[in-house]
Design a protein around this ligand. Structure first.
Ligand SMILES: *[C@@H]1O[C@H](CO)[C@@H](O)[C@H](O)[C@H]1NC(C)=O
Ligand SMILES: *[C@@H]1O[C@H](CO)[C@@H](O)[C@H](O)[C@H]1NC(C)=O
Ligand SMILES: *[C@@H]1O[C@H](CO)[C@@H](O)[C@H](O)[C@H]1NC(C)=O
Ligand SMILES: *[C@@H]1O[C@H](CO)[C@@H](O)[C@H](O)[C@H]1NC(C)=O
Ligand SMILES: *[C@@H]1O[C@H](CO)[C@@H](O)[C@H](O)[C@H]1NC(C)=O
Ligand SMILES: *[C@@H]1O[C@H](CO)[C@@H](O)[C@H](O)[C@H]1NC(C)=O
Ligand SMILES: *[C@@H]1O[C@H](CO)[C@@H](O)[C@H](O)[C@H]1NC(C)=O
Ligand SMILES: *[C@@H]1O[C@H](CO)[C@@H](O)[C@H](O)[C@H]1NC(C)=O
Length: 367
């Protein structure tokens, strides 16, 4: 009887232990960790124990998450949902995770992100990983809205790498006032516009490697200068080293101190300049100013030449006049006589013409 009772008790204990860990997950109470990795789960499992601090539900086939997915998990500080098929994040999905500090949604397919998707009631979120998380560039507008509305004033790090972003909406990060590092590498950014990085007063590191920057014109340089305390990474962009890139090259040379990969920046185009260090791309290398100077010189030369030719023609003219001086004198006299005749004829006709006109005026005055 006793042994049966013992067995029942043991089973009950085992049962309660196994019941406290959801099926297909591994739970470790001492480590406060629950892992449900690559188990073809289609939704967030229920029954995750309350002691959990680190929760990994990765490599599954979860497509939807919402506020009901994470209940009674006050102690979770680290949540990874990477490598799933999440396409939509509702507002307040993570609001119940009052201690959440790190959220990893990398490698998902977010097409719809609701305005308060990343709100955590306590504003406790410090790191958000959205690397390769957006379905395509069209999600960036949703993202901008939710970064604004999700009360992310305490966020320190944001990873937006590998997302095919083509541009960043103005002021997209303006509410992330505590952000320290921003990862934007491996996107397709072609330009940096006014107010892109507005509000990032505490940013310490900005990674723009592996984008599609061919140069950074004045507007972008001004924007980067608005982050004077930020270390920059700018490598692996298809820089086009032709005339017009000098302001950027000079800026690079001037800002070397805070560009971590300044030494490694090289031209990608034109082919003749490939692998040339961007720091050595001065006006001398490109020959832009020399070409202008050359053009000026050519212009000056042509003016001088024109002057000489005109002077020579003038001299010949004077010489011909001198040789013909007698004939010319005669012709001048002839011409003067002819002119006098014409002038007298004209004078005469004018007097005849003016007669009737005056009489006409007087007639109209009479009336
Ligand atoms: C969170 O952890 C604390 C202490 O580790 C524990 O007392 C509390 O019950 C836990 N919260 C939940 C919801 O289980
Ligand atoms: C708020 O977050 C801090 C950690 O940042 C945590 O210690 C605290 O318990 C949280 N407060 C509530 C009410 O959950
Ligand atoms: C974000 O997730 C990606 C892929 O899972 C990983 O490679 C990267 O290191 C993470 N970023 C940070 C800042 O931890
Ligand atoms: C993103 O995907 C949606 C849905 O497939 C599509 O309508 C939209 O045109 C795509 N946007 C881009 C920029 O490719
Ligand atoms: C860049 O991102 C794409 C997906 O957007 C990925 O396929 C590629 O491997 C990434 N490249 C690097 C060097 O990380
Ligand atoms: C960017 O700002 C400068 C002044 O700071 C302004 O002259 C310029 O027109 C702005 N460009 C755009 C595209 O708004
Ligand atoms: C540029 O440099 C890389 C590595 O430093 C090298 O593999 C490549 O062949 C070089 N290309 C040219 C055109 O010199
Ligand atoms: C870069 O700046 C230094 C001074 O800081 C200057 O001596 C050097 O000539 C500059 N190089 C180029 C290519 O402009």
């Amino acid at each position: 009887m006793l042994r049966v009772a013992q067995r029942v008790l043991l089973c009950a204990l085992l049962g309660s232990v196994s019941a406290s860990c959801p099926p297909r997950c591994e739970c470790s109470e001492p480590a406060h960790t629950v892992k449900c990795v690559s188990r073809e789960l289609r939704s967030v499992p229920t029954g995750i124990p309350g002691y959990t601090r680190n929760l990994f539900i990765t490599g599954n086939q979860i497509s939807r998450i919402g506020p009901e997915s994470f209940k009674g998990l006050d102690n979770v500080t680290t949540l990874s949902l990477s490598n799933n098929r999440i396409s939509e994040v509702e507002s307040h999905t993570f609001a119940g995770l009052r201690s959440l500090r790190s959220l990893d949604l990398s490698n998902n397919q977010l097409a719809v992100i609701h305005p308060e998707a990343f709100t955590v009631h306590n504003q406790s979120l410090r790191e958000l990983n959205l690397s390769r998380a957006l379905y395509n560039h069209s999600s960036v507008m949703d993202l901008a809205t939710s970064l604004r509305w999700s009360s992310l004033g305490s966020l320190r790090g944001l990873d937006l790498s590998d997302n095919s972003l083509i541009y960043l909406p103005s002021r997209i990060f303006s509410h992330l006032t505590s952000l320290r590092w921003l990862q934007l590498s491996n996107n397709s950014l072609v330009a940096i516009h006014n107010s892109t990085f507005l509000g990032l007063e505490h940013l310490e590191e900005l990674d723009l490697t592996l984008n599609a920057l061919r140069t950074v014109p004045e507007e972008g340089l001004r924007e980067l200068d608005s982050l004077p305390g930020t270390a920059l990474l700018l490598g692996e962009n298809p820089y086009m080293c032709k005339c017009g890139i000098e302001p950027f090259a000079l800026w690079l040379n001037r800002s070397q101190g805070r560009i971590r990969d300044a030494e490694a920046l090289v031209c990608a185009f034109p082919v003749s300049m490939r692998n040339t260090s961007m720091l050595s791309v001065g006006t001398l290398t490109l020959g832009c100013n020399q070409r202008n100077a050359g053009a000026d010189l050519a212009l000056q030369t042509s003016y001088v030449f024109l002057g000489i030719v005109l002077g020579f023609v003038g001299l010949i003219f004077l010489f011909v006049l001198y040789l013909n001086r007698k004939g010319i004198k005669k012709r001048v006299y002839d011409m003067r006589d002819a002119c006098r005749e014409v002038w007298e004829g004209y004078h005469y006709r004018f007097e005849i013409d003016s007669g009737p006109r005056l009489s006409q005026v007087s007639t109209s005055a009479d009336m």
